[in-house]
Design a protein around this ligand. Structure first.
Ligand code: 0RA
Length: 700
């Protein structure tokens, strides 16, 4: 069948090619989730990431050293870089400008046959055309060869040709930086489509996190966020690259030596960069990246790193006779305590695996990372005998402590303290025996725990109240940890055992729900619990089985109508809703009263009656001075203030409650805050408390 050609406004014709293009972008709009995962706030922020990644690719290529992101007051986003500028010349296959092609054809993003790029971030690379399709409006400005070009689009379709303009519309710092005579670069501005994204609220913290991480991973690259909503400006630039990253991660603990650093390029263009530094804590922080993408589930580069670390430290320990001939080798476990490391590799064709595509698959990388780390760490230990001794001692202590902990744990296990037979006394268990259908609610405080026990559905909800703060697992060793009553209660209630002994098949509840107040203390307890779960029950988090319960912040009442609000904006919405409901009722009553008493009563009389009827049923709320009433608003300070029914209605009832699933990122963040809060360094703790005292004041 011949494809019909249709006249376009511009006077050209639509061809089969154009139809394909439109169908491609239409597909993105029909199923945005397929391209960006979700259309919630996460998906929304993905748009920035997508555009940003193209500029970062340009930086990785060595042809861009500054990127500016701007959040405009009207929610529009601009990303500007001082790279070479996206090519604007006509492409043979399509007969169109390359600039238009990358913005309108799916999967045409950036990789121009490999000539322009060495490496590129593969994970997010769905291409800027996806961002374009999901924006009501997008404009790109390119500076190249002393000229300026622009093109605009609406919902992915060009609304102009690629045309040369006299002068740039913007002067982003990236371009005027360093006062180059002929600056080059790309400036992209877009407005996300509210038809695609129900909520458009930018979170500067998310962008700042990416910019900081990217700056660490690309030394010499300058990245800024300009937030025009607040006037906030933040810039990141690190000469030290991953060394600066490691120093940052260790800022609240005492390091044992200067960071070890290695950078090496291999024949296939793979570049390995790594830094490591031991500190006096017991935790481990190892972050791995491939092409700037956080490979949260590790992979070949992490395996190579661990192998090299264990091998090199063992070899050195034997050499200096810290390990005798009869001693067993230190294990990978033993060399983890107090280790902070960042491994960043740049690779031509990254293979990302796993459900969330956050594990690096490329097998050849393992040997490359191992050999780079072997050589660098070997040399470091050789040349710094005092540091070497401290590192080896640290690992030996870990080995001895682990042995002691194992013995203590065996003892505890043998005593049956962790068996299903001795469930904690304060656990109010549910009658349901199937884990899939039941849930454990861990509640802060005995009094809230009491309400929860009364208010729950005892068929499937078990309640475990916790008294005060649980033990600081960062500092405590495993044996001491198991001696803590609150922690033991959690372990026995969950039933899985911990660490090496963790067994998912023994899990007693499908969901674990953490319930704490929405204040500073509550957030402290949540942090403690998340850290415990992160370090000792990580498979539960990985499986998405941990949730944070959300108690409401407000109770609103007008007449008999009650609403709960979980945020300030929800509160404002509820006020409006209640008032319009009340107004409508007044109107209805007025009408019926009028209808009934037609002719018998005057209008004023009827109205008075209606008002009376309204106020008779209104024992809550106050006059708003306009003949209506304002709802009574109570601010909930804590779970303890709610009675059993209210707790059920707002927080426990699956039909009406809000739960937030804990992600690995949440848990990692908690772990970091925890370090700052609880690590050995008093200074960091002081700073955190001071910084948060402000927030705390706003909380009441
Ligand atoms: C491929 C080739 C060239 C530039 C780019 C891609 C490029 C793409 C983006 C996306 C955002 N910023 C960008 N900057 C550059 C140029 C090839 C050449 O000049 O020879």
């Amino acid at each position: 069948m011949a494809i019909k050609t249709t006249e376009t406004k511009a006077g050209g014709t639509y061809s089969a090619k154009d139809i394909q293009v439109l169908e491609g972008l239409e597909a993105v709009r029909r199923r945005p989730g397929m391209y960006i995962g979700t259309t919630d706030l996460r998906g929304l922020h993905h748009l920035i990431r997508e555009v940003l990644d193209n500029s970062i690719d340009e930086a990785m290529n060595g042809t861009c050293d500054r990127i500016d992101v701007t959040i405009h007051a009207d929610k529009t986003i601009t990303v500007a870089d001082n790279g070479r500028g996206i090519p604007t010349d006509i492409q043979k296959q399509t007969g169109k400008s390359a600039l238009e092609v990358v913005h309108t054809i799916l999967h045409a993003g950036g990789k121009f046959g490999g000539a322009g790029y060495k490496v590129s971030g593969g994970l997010h690379g769905v291409g800027v055309s996806v961002v374009n399709a999901l924006s009501t409006w997008l404009r790109v400005e390119v500076h190249r060869d002393g000229k300026v070009f622009e093109q605009t689009y609406e919902r992915g379709k060009p609304t102009s040709k690629v045309k040369q303009i006299a002068k740039g519309k913007f002067a982003p710092p990236a371009l005027i930086w360093k006062e180059r005579p002929n600056p080059t670069g790309t400036i992209t501005t877009f407005t996300p489509d509210p038809e695609m994204f129900p909520v458009i609220e930018w979170d500067a913290a998310i962008v700042v996190q990416w910019l900081r991480e990217t700056a660490y991973l690309n030394k010499g690259l300058w990245l800024s966020l300009h937030d025009e909503r607040t006037g906030g400006d933040e810039s990141f630039y690190f000469d030290g690259g991953v060394v600066s990253f490691v120093r940052h991660l260790n800022k609240s603990v005492q390091p044992l030596h200067r960071p070890v650093y290695v950078e090496r390029s291999f024949e296939n263009d793979t570049v390995v960069e790594a830094s490591l530094q031991y500190n006096d804590s017991f935790g481990e922080k190892v972050h791995t990246f491939a092409n700037n993408i956080n490979t949260m589930d590790g992979g070949a580069h992490l395996t190579g790193f661990r192998t090299a670390l264990t091998r090199t430290i063992n070899a050195h320990a034997r050499k200096i006779s810290a390990l005798k001939e009869a001693d067993p080798n230190l294990t990978a476990e033993d060399v983890r305590e107090g280790l902070t490391a960042v491994i960043s590799i740049k690779i031509k064709e990254p293979q990302f695996e796993g459900q969330t595509k956050t594990r690096l698959g490329n097998a050849e990388v393992q040997g490359q990372v191992a050999s780079a780390v072997n050589d660098a760490l070997g040399t470091f230990l050789e040349e710094n005998p005092q540091d070497a001794r401290r590192i080896v001692e640290k690992c030996l202590t870990a080995f001895r402590a682990r042995e002691a902990a194992r013995k203590a744990r065996d003892l505890v296990l043998r005593k049956g303290a962790l068996d299903g037979f001795s469930l904690p006394g304060k656990l109010a268990d549910c009658s349901e025996r199937s884990a899939e259908r039941s849930e454990l609610v861990i509640v802060e405080g005995d009094s809230a725990g009491g309400s929860a026990k009364q208010g729950r559905d005892r068929r499937f909800q078990a309640i475990l109240p916790l008294r005060g703060k649980i033990l600081n697992v960062e500092k405590a060793r495993a044996d001491k940890m198991l001696g803590n009553e609150e922690i033991r209660a959690i372990i026995t209630a969950l039933g899985t055992g911990i660490g090496d002994f963790f067994d998912m098949s023994k899990l007693r509840y499908g969901k674990t729900i953490l319930l704490a107040d929405a204040d500073v203390d509550g957030s402290h307890i949540r942090t403690l619990l998340l850290t415990l779960l992160y370090r000792h029950f990580r498979p539960l988090i990985d499986a998405g089985r941990v949730f944070i319960g959300q108690p409401p912040l407000y109770r609103l009442q007008l007449g008999r109508e009650v609403r709960w609000a979980y945020s300030d904006s929800e509160r404002d919405k509820a006020i409006k809703e209640l008032k319009s409901l009340a107004a409508k009722r007044r109107d209805d009553r007025k009408k019926t009263t009028k209808a009934k008493g037609k002719g018998a009563k005057g209008e004023a009389e009827a109205e008075a009656e209606a008002a009376e009827a309204a106020s008779a049923s209104t024992d809550e709320g106050t006059d708003d001075g306009k003949g209506g009433r304002d709802p009574a608003i109570a601010r909930y300070k804590g779970l303890g203030e709610m009675n059993a029914d209210q707790l059920w209605e707002t927080t426990l009832n699956p039909a009406t409650r809000t739960l937030r699933r804990v992600t690995l990122e949440d848990a990692e963040k908690a772990d970091e805050v925890f370090d700052e809060l609880m690590g050995n360094e008093v200074e960091g703790r002081k700073k955190w408390i001071m910084a948060n005292a402000k927030k705390a004041a706003l909380d009441v």
